[in-house]
Design a binder for this molecule. Structure first.
Ligand code: AMP
Length: 558
């Protein structure tokens, strides 16, 4: 076992769980995991204040798995999540962590899928049930004993559940479970409504909150870029084209990610290497020495492996995966801007991690500006600049040493010096795309507008692209879809995931049935199936989102 997994080993989790963590490539528990796991393992009720990106899912999933009895074929733990999307994500996490626990099964229960198979999976002895409250209540109406054996309950993103109007459903669910159960509540915020639930339904809960001290980061210019998780590698490659860096460190979360990203960079000709806890100490030192003396330019590291790394050449830090907490963000970006030099830090943010970005901004007291992926023109300009910089120093004495040879070659070939210079350039640039058309052809398909659909409004009005987005014409509709409009928009605190959650849960639709969701400041558009639309709208008549009536109507473009 490497020294890093020692962090997880110290919890004394069931060895099969520890084995799965090691296989997943986690090196060290995050702060929320460090604090929550022992409390939940000991059977206490708990209130955890944490948002997505902190590692909160594993913070409850690991100890809950530890506490269940795989030999008993009955529901033992219930995890409630506000949306189908999150429920599926949590269920997948449980499956990953229980991979080496024979006999443990997980069932996801959510609206939009047939109820029969879900109930069957529960009755067949799934120990872990991950559910959205609405659908779970439907099951309870059919069989009020479904939850009778559940003795661990986790409310995940409790504030979101209340925002989606699940308060009454939660009460029904609480009543259907043994009063002696363990209850764990995770929420990004703790408004009065959540505290009231905790008071009524939790017993002597312990509180866990990641303490965030204000941190200063001055000499470092910070920016963030919105991307989907599966676009990170291409985004990194595009950014590298235009960033003027000397040495660079990239942070990811797992050992596997260090290897994958480093080899993708190597394949593109960068001098890159991975640095993770599995790499022997002397080899790690070699990697760092190589970064120091320029044999390497990029190191892709986990937090653990980069500990204590001090290389003055580092001009850039890329946070390819979000750090778990603001402290580690500050710590990571402190790898640049050393010895009074200037540094630049870029943070990749997936849609679900935007909240974490806000926390980082609050704790550091600084705005982390948004940047976009460079367009083809910017890539072309950067490539030509690099070429110019590499050739310029050679020109001075080249004519003296090679001028005569040039004369002879042009005479022998019978071409102009321009034609020969062009041929030499082609050879020297080795097939690199150096025209706009060629770059457009080779560039990976990363939509520049990345995931904007569910961006929350920041009401700051300082986004240069805002006006464009507001004016943008609606996208053409896919066949069989109708566009619907609600007067709720970003200024009402609405994000696409809220709309999605509400429509999925209350409308009983499958995720695939819902098309694009566009949230604007003062309204939102949702694409729904034309077939059965009137019935669906009638069903959603009283639906509330973020405390307001949704009032979804068919939208006519003309
Ligand atoms: P969450 O905050 O639960 O949504 O987790 C965010 C991401 O962090 C997920 O992709 C997890 O797989 C990953 N993750 C959670 N804990 C760890 C850990 N200790 N080490 C590395 N990655 C982790």
């Amino acid at each position: 076992m490497t020294q890093e997994t020692g962090g997880f080993a110290a919890f004394n989790l069931n060895p099969n769980i520890l084995a799965a963590i090691i296989a997943t490539g986690y090196e060290e528990p995050s702060a929320i995991q460090q604090q929550s796991i022992p409390i939940i393992m000991a059977g206490h009720d708990m209130i955890g204040q944490a948002q997505t990106g902190t590692g909160k899912t594993a913070a409850f999933a690991l100890p809950i798995l530890h506490r269940i009895d795989p030999a008993k074929r009955e529901p033992q733990a219930l995890i409630l999540a506000p949306t189908r999307e999150l429920a599926l994500q949590v269920a997948t996490a449980f499956e990953t962590y229980s991979k080496q626990m024979p006999g443990v099964t997980v069932v996801a229960v959510y609206g939009g899928a047939p109820m029969g198979p879900q109930l069957k999976a529960i009755r067949n002895g799934a120990q872990i049930v991950v559910a959205t409250p609405g659908r779970l209540c439907d099951h309870l109406r059919r069989d009020e004993k479904v939850l009778a054996t559940v003795n661990h309950l986790v409310l995940d993103e409790a504030d979101e559940m209340l925002k989606l109007g699940f308060m009454d459903d939660l009460e029904v669910i609480f009543k259907a479970m043994p009063a002696t159960r363990q209850t764990v509540l995770f929420s990004a915020t703790l408004p009065q409504s959540i505290r009231a639930i905790a008071e009524r339904h939790l017993r002597d809960p312990q509180h866990v909150k990641i303490q965030t001290k204000t941190q200063t980061v001055t000499a470092i210019e910070q920016a963030h870029l919105l991307v989907h998780a599966d676009q990170k590698t291409s985004a990194v490659l595009s950014l590298l084209e235009v960033e003027d860096f000397d040495a660079l460190i990239m942070f990811v979360r797992t050992k596997q990610a260090t290897l994958d990203l480093a080899s993708a960079l190597e394949a593109k000709g960068y001098k890159a290497a991975a640095l993770n806890g599995d790499i022997a100490q002397n080899q790690r030192e070699r990697v760092i020495d190589s970064l120091k003396d320029g044999r390497l330019d990029i190191v892709v590291a986990t937090d653990v492996a980069a500990r204590g790394l001090d290389v003055p050449r580092i001009t850039h830090v890329f946070n390819v995966d979000m750090p778990y907490d603001p402290e580690s963000y500050v710590h990571r970006i402190g790898r640049t801007g050393r010895a009074g030099r200037e540094g630049r830090a870029l943070l990749l943010v997936t849609p679900r991690e935007r909240r974490m970005l806000q926390v980082i901004e609050r704790v550091t007291g600084q705005k982390v500006a948004e940047v976009r992926l460079p367009d083809s023109q910017a890539v072309l300009d950067a490539r030509i600049k690099k070429l110019t910089n590499s050739l310029a120093p050679l020109v001075a004495d080249a004519e003296a040493s090679h001028g005569d040879l040039l004369d002879r070659l042009t005479a022998d070939i019978g071409c102009t010096p321009r034609a020969l210079a062009a041929a030499l350039l082609r050879k020297a640039t080795n097939g690199q795309a150096l025209t706009l058309a060629a770059i457009e052809k080779e560039r990976p398909l990363v939509p520049n507008s990345a995931p904007r659909g569910d961006r929350p409004d920041r009401s700051s009005g300082d986004r240069p692209d805002r006006g464009d987005r507001e004016r943008r014409a609606p996208m053409p509709l896919a066949e069989g879809r109708a566009r619907c409009r609600t007067a709720l928009g970003a200024r009402d605190g609405i994000a696409a995931k809220n709309l999605l959650g509400a429509i999925l849960n209350e409308g009983g639709l499958a995720r695939e049935a819902i098309g694009r969701i566009q949230v604007r400041d003062s309204f939102s558009l949702v694409e729904l199936p034309e077939d059965g639309l009137e019935r669906l709208l009638a069903k959603l008549k009283d639906t509330r989102v973020a405390g307001k009536q949704l009032k979804l109507r068919r939208y006519r473009e003309d």
